[in-house]
Design a binder for this molecule. Structure first.
Ligand code: FO1
Length: 328
């Protein structure tokens, strides 16, 4: 498809053909492929904000920033988050005072959090500030937080009770037992402006290979979003973040097991079968295709490990064509 976005009226929100539900690093990689095979200006990324945190008085939105930095070609390739070529002088200076340094904020990355916090103090909402940040990095794809309202993933650990998501993910290196996950504030959250309309109008809705529990879970948990995606089920394809029974990055496999799900493409299919018609699984999981179909999803087998933009673009083509959208 080569058409640009269908704009109903000059000031109405765009109606992009391709809408991707996104967490952080895995989603950003798939998006870097999607913008190579379909016009960026005809795409929307709807991003998890439940791992947002406030540190040093600054509003930090890790998944939004990971998506923006990656699509701008500026992300740190070693970590998948933060900026390439970053320096850490502010963290070193903070260390002198015994300040919080376990969550590493690079000197240039700090500017993003300073800007976001200042604009929000001025009264701008997160969606507006995100659009400003994405435009400043030259992105044509629209980036939308799933909600403007504060939502926060809280993790109940075996030894310490409930802790915040970044305390779990970064400070404890997700190396602690977990008995429950909840998203505080989600019941009262409103979908970001234009989100439900975009889901209704999209030709293709993609669920990125992000953690189904702590990344996609909060996105689908915002009232109205799961229903809007489920209403478009035939146009929805998910990419499994579990390959060969393990997460490529992060704690998705361990969390799925701890919370009573099978840590496999079949477990992913059971979590998504109500919202997505198709699950794209890696070649190494081809032998489970029948079980995915028995769980209620069409199964597409393809290489899903993205080790560069070429493999990301190839996966993007596969995912788009599985929803009926051919390459742009
Ligand atoms: N991840 C880490 O493992 N250690 C860090 O110190 C860290 C800092 C950080 C700063 C800004 C940012 O945007 C992301 C950062 N991340 C860090 C990644 C982040 O914790 C996770 O990628 C997401 O929250 C999970 O999707």
């Amino acid at each position: 498809m080569t058409d640009g976005p269908d704009r109903a009226a000059p000031d109405a929100p765009p109606r992009p053909s391709v809408v991707t539900l996104a967490g952080g690093v895995g989603a950003a990689k798939l998006l870097s492929g999607l913008i190579r095979v379909h016009p960026s200006s005809d795409q929307l990324a709807v991003v998890n904000t439940a791992d947002d945190t406030v540190l040093h008085g600054l509003h930090i939105s890790p998944d939004l920033d990971t998506v923006v930095y990656t699509l701008a070609g500026a992300v740190n390739p070693d970590t998948g988050w933060g900026l390439a070529g970053e320096t850490w002088q502010a963290m070193d200076a903070l260390d002198r005072y015994g300040g919080i340094t376990w969550f590493r904020l690079g000197d240039r990355d700090l500017a993003t959090h300073l800007y976001r916090t200042h604009r929000m103090e001025q009264g701008a909402d997160l969606a507006a500030v995100t659009a400003e940040i994405a435009a400043a990095w030259g992105l044509e794809l629209a980036v939308l937080p799933v909600t403007n309202d504060p939502i926060e993933t809280r993790v109940t650990t075996v030894d310490e009770g409930e802790i915040g998501f970044q305390d779990y993910f970064v400070r404890r290196r997700h190396d602690v037992g977990v008995t429950a996950v909840r998203v505080a504030g989600v019941e009262a959250a409103q979908p970001a402006p234009g989100l439900i309309e975009a889901l209704r109008a999209a030709r293709s809705i993609i669920i990125a290979p992000s953690n189904p529990i702590v990344s996609i879970g909060p996105v689908l948990g915002v009232p109205g979003v799961r229903e809007a995606v489920a209403a478009r089920r035939d146009a929805v394809a998910a990419v499994s973040p579990i390959v060969g029974g393990a997460a490529l990055k992060g704690p998705a496999d361990r969390l799925m097991r701890e919370l009573g799900h099978e840590s496999s493409v079949v477990g992913v299919a059971r979590l998504y079968q109500d919202v997505a018609a198709t699950l794209v699984v890696d070649e190494s999981d081809a032998y489970l295709a029948d079980d995915v179909e028995a769980a209620g999803m069409a199964c597409v087998v393809a290489p899903t490990v993205m080790d560069g933009v070429e493999s990301a673009a190839e996966l993007a083509r596969t995912v788009l064509s599985s929803t009926g959208v051919s390459r742009g």
